[in-house]
Design a protein around this ligand. Structure first.
Ligand code: SF4
Length: 192
C-alpha cells in the first residue's frame, strides 16, 4: 500500500480495489463519510445492504441508531466524526468478514488513520476491536474502557445493530451503557 497525499486520492483508488473476494459481490465500495478534519474516527464492521447500494457507511437502521446515540451526547455525526468500517465491501448476507478479508482491507484503514490523524477512535462491535487492536475479549467485557495506543485513545462500544436488537433504555441495558460510553467520549473531545 502506498502512502496517499489526501483522502480524496485514497478514495479514488479504494473504489477500484479487488484485493479480496468481497469485490466480486459488492455493488459499491464504501470507503467512509464525515468530516476529514474530525478528531473522532468511528470504525464499524462492514457495509450492510443499504450501505452497499448507496456507497455510504452507516445509512441503514443501524446508522440511524448510531446518529441518535451520538447526538444524544451532543456529538455531531458528520461534523465531529469520520465514519468507516473494517471492510469496505459488503460481506454477502451481512455475514461477519473473514479474517482474510479483514486483513486484506486493513491497509486502507491504516492509511485512513494516517491521513485523518484522529485523537479518538470509537470501535463499534467486537469485530472492529478484534481486527484493529487484536483484542479477543467479548465486547460486553471491554466496552466503556479507554485503551491507549500510539497517542490515540480507543473507546470500544456495542455495535449499533446490537442496540437495535436490545431496545430497552433501562439502566444497565446495552443502550444505557452505550450512552455512558459516549458521554466519556464527549468529555474527552471537550478536553482536546
Ligand atoms: S473489502 Fe477491502 S480489500 Fe476487499 S475488495 Fe473491498 S476494499 Fe478491497
Amino acid at each position: 500500500m502506498k502512502n496517499y497525499s489526501s483522502l480524496k486520492k485514497l478514495n479514488s483508488e479504494c473504489v477500484e480495489c479487488t484485493s479480496c473476494n468481497l469485490s466480486k459481490t459488492r455493488k459499491n465500495v464504501v470507503v467512509g463519510k464525515g468530516n476529514e478534519s474530525a478528531q473522532v474516527l468511528i470504525i464499524g464492521e462492514g457495509p450492510g445492504e443499504q450501505e452497499d447500494i448507496t456507497g455510504l457507511p452507516f445509512v441503514g437502521r443501524a446508522g440511524k441508531m448510531l446518529d441518535t446515540a451520538l447526538s444524544s451526547v451532543d456529538i455531531d455525526p458528520l461534523e465531529d466524526c469520520y465514519i468507516t468500517n473494517i471492510v469496505k465491501c459488503r460481506p454477502p448476507n451481512n455475514r461477519k468478514p473473514s479474517a482474510a478479508e479483514s486483513e486484506a482491507c486493513m491497509p486502507w484503514l491504516n492509511e485512513q488513520v494516517n491521513l485523518l490523524k484522529p485523537k479518538i477512535i470509537i470501535l463499534a462491535g467486537s469485530t472492529a476491536v478484534q481486527s484493529f487492536l487484536g483484542i479477543n475479549e467479548p465486547i460486553s467485557k471491554i466496552r466503556g474502557q479507554w485503551i491507549e495506543k500510539d497517542n490515540i485513545k480507543y473507546m470500544p462500544i456495542f455495535h449499533p445493530s446490537y442496540l437495535l436488537r436490545n431496545p430497552s433504555k433501562n439502566k444497565g441495558k446495552p443502550k444505557w451503557l452505550t450512552w455512558q460510553d459516549l458521554k466519556k467520549v464527549k468529555k474527552e473531545l471537550n478536553s482536546i
